[in-house]
Design a protein around this ligand. Sequence first.
Ligand code: CA
Ligand code: CA
Ligand code: CA
Length: 424
Amino acid sequence: MRRKACLLLTLACSGSSAQVHYCVGTPRPGPLYLYEVTAFGEITQRQQTAETSTQGEAPADRAGRFVMTYSSARIHLFRVSVPRHLELASSVEAVNASQDQVGFTALGLSQDGRILLVRHSDQSVDPPLRDFRTFVVNNRLSLVDTGHRFTEAVPGLHNFVISDRGRYTALLNRQPSRQLTIMHITPEGEMSLTGATIQTPDVLSSALDLSADGQWLLSGRDNGTYPLVLYHISASGEVSEHDRASPAGLGTAYVPELWPSLGGIAVASSNGLVTVHLSPSLEIGAVLDMEDPGLGVPSGLAVSPDSTMVLMDDQTPGLTFPLFSFYLAADGTLTPTGHSLPRPWKHADLRFIPDPTPVTLAGDANLDGVVDAADIVFLVNEAMPDDKPILYPPNFANADLDSDVDVDQDDLEALVAMLVGEMP
Ligand SMILES: [Ca+2]
Ligand SMILES: [Ca+2]
Ligand SMILES: [Ca+2]
């Protein structure tokens, strides 16, 4: 306890450089809620969107530019403006969505935010048609159908995530067959099953967590001998099991999440919030600390981008589902901040929105260190065409001259005006 008191004192004294985080939370079903979390763990609801999600999943762009969600009828893409606020930027409607026969049933976003993989089901035909479609997220934050289709060959898909390794590798979590199926996706959105499958020790939990570099996939599971399993994804997109473990005291691992620093694992488990050691070679070690704020089954968990804070919700008597914040120390020590926010809903998904990428040189869209006509050419060729994927974060930040979190005609005109203004 002494160590925890010291930590609190240290944090209290470094308050002037306090980092405020923003987190998206989504019930299943429900709207997207935007929460502000101060460095002291105070949680405030800042926003509630008009659009709702049936599944609650809300993947966020790693450069913090947008978050997405979906219902069976629609995919929504929300721009994250600065200061942080969600604005609906675009939507895609399912084919014949009004028939209630067709809809989106799963969604995954590539880590660079450029490719969206969705599964679309059509119940109006017999047997039901289940196919995958890909979209490109372009620089106006619109979703453009690539036209590529892949018809479901294996039933029982639960969910999937997309690693940027092997440009791109989708890991499809198939519950009944207890396996991960590996799909490769080209930058143009063409999909192919590699034929590789990874047998899993049991039914994997629905929450699959990828490391920021796309090399590691962590899964929990609802019961059994090995609640934590870590998979490795090679540079060419091959997947293998790296380690599996059941540390004493962990309990059932409902939602496991790798710390962004890869120093450990945070787990929303049947024993409360638990931290687990990860060795430098990413072997799963012992339980480091445990905090049990309530009772019941936690369903939402998020670790802040700087790996210093954890948010978790849990069920407490009285049927409320408070969001709790905890300090996370580098050695895995958890300390309740003393702050919570009672909610009448349970979060299916909680995600911190990454901080925006800083501008290195305004207008230098091609990142060659100067602002000149070559940047105009770059914008015209790489940013303006509808089917061009969203620019990489540093290019995007420099190109977004009007800072409205998109790169469009206004930014091109601003760049031209800037260059003309500099001419003698
Ligand atoms: Ca340039
Ligand atoms: Ca802009
Ligand atoms: Ca704009």
